[in-house]
Write a protein of this length. Structure first.
Length: 267
């Protein structure tokens, strides 16, 4: 992310920012948090599990933590008040929390609870987080909201319909907010991960068809450093899914995607 020529992350400087990443106690979120800290930013990690937050502060001195349950509106409001009281210079929000569940919509009782939980976490959570911070961010001279969608926002994995739908919604939300916030000091950047070796699904961390986590983070920061005005952060591995419809091979993309094991397609 550091560069002699470029010192911005979207509308955000690569150093000297104050960044809040709810849902960053593991996986992509934690890896991004650690890289941002290494680049000289103040980073606040949010999560539900106190033991994970305590481990992060013990293992990574300088990282700030706050307890937050992004499925609970009251918890979001409380955490937002704490973050802004302790870090009034906050200028970057990365709503990272997300879950992925395999669902069988052919079974009468096999999907509804999972679908509702997924929508609450993956869609309502980011909406409520943005609502909690948008007025503050608009007071900052340079601010960024980095949303997190997925390659599966653009091509569906058969076994995860609710996840696909929520990530497609995040993509369109990002597009819409970018239009509404044009001309303000708030930039909307969308991160679109491919399958990455994390614990999003059981066994995904060991999947050979998923992208190594550090390689993903390195490529993300390289894109940011070399393309400071990027609105969609796309590593090479996600472009097969992202541009199937534009290339005219969408049906082939969907068929190939669904011939893989779920761990190789998750993101």
């Amino acid at each position: 992310m550091a560069s002699a020529q470029v010192d911005r992350l979207g509308a955000m400087h690569t150093t000297g920012n104050t960044v809040f990443i709810p849902g960053a106690t593991s996986g992509i979120g934690l890896a991004l948090a650690l890289r941002l800290q290494a680049e000289g930013n103040t980073v606040i990690v949010g999560g539900r599990r106190t033991e994970l937050l305590e481990r992060i502060t013990a293992e990574h001195p300088g990282i700030h933590v706050v307890r937050i349950d992004t499925t609970d509106p009251d918890s979001i409001r409380t955490a937002a008040q704490q973050v802004l009281a302790e870090h009034p210079d906050l200028d970057v929000l990365v709503p990272m929390a997300g879950i992925m569940r395999i669902e069988d919509w052919t079974s009468p009782d096999g999907f509804l609870a999972s679908a509702e939980e997924t929508v609450n976490t993956n869609l309502l959570g980011p909406i409520r987080l943005i609502a909690a911070f948008i007025e503050h961010l608009r007071t900052r001279p340079d601010a960024t909201i980095m949303t997190v969608s997925s390659g599966l926002a653009f091509a569906p994995l058969r076994v995860t319909p609710s996840y696909n739908a929520t990530k497609a919604a995040i993509h369109m939300l990002s597009e819409s907010l970018r239009l509404q916030l044009a001309g303000t000091g708030v930039r909307v950047v969308e991160l679109e991960p491919p399958s990455v070796r994390t614990d999003l699904l059981p066994g995904q961390r060991d999947s050979q068809s998923a992208m190594p986590l550090q390689a993903f983070v390195d490529e993300v920061f390289d894109i940011i450093a070399t393309r400071p005005d990027v609105t969609e952060i796309q590593v090479e591995n996600v472009k097969f899914l992202r541009y199937g419809e534009a290339r005219g091979d969408y049906d082939d993309v969907v068929a190939t995607l669904n011939s893989l094991d779920p761990h190789g397609a998750a993101s």
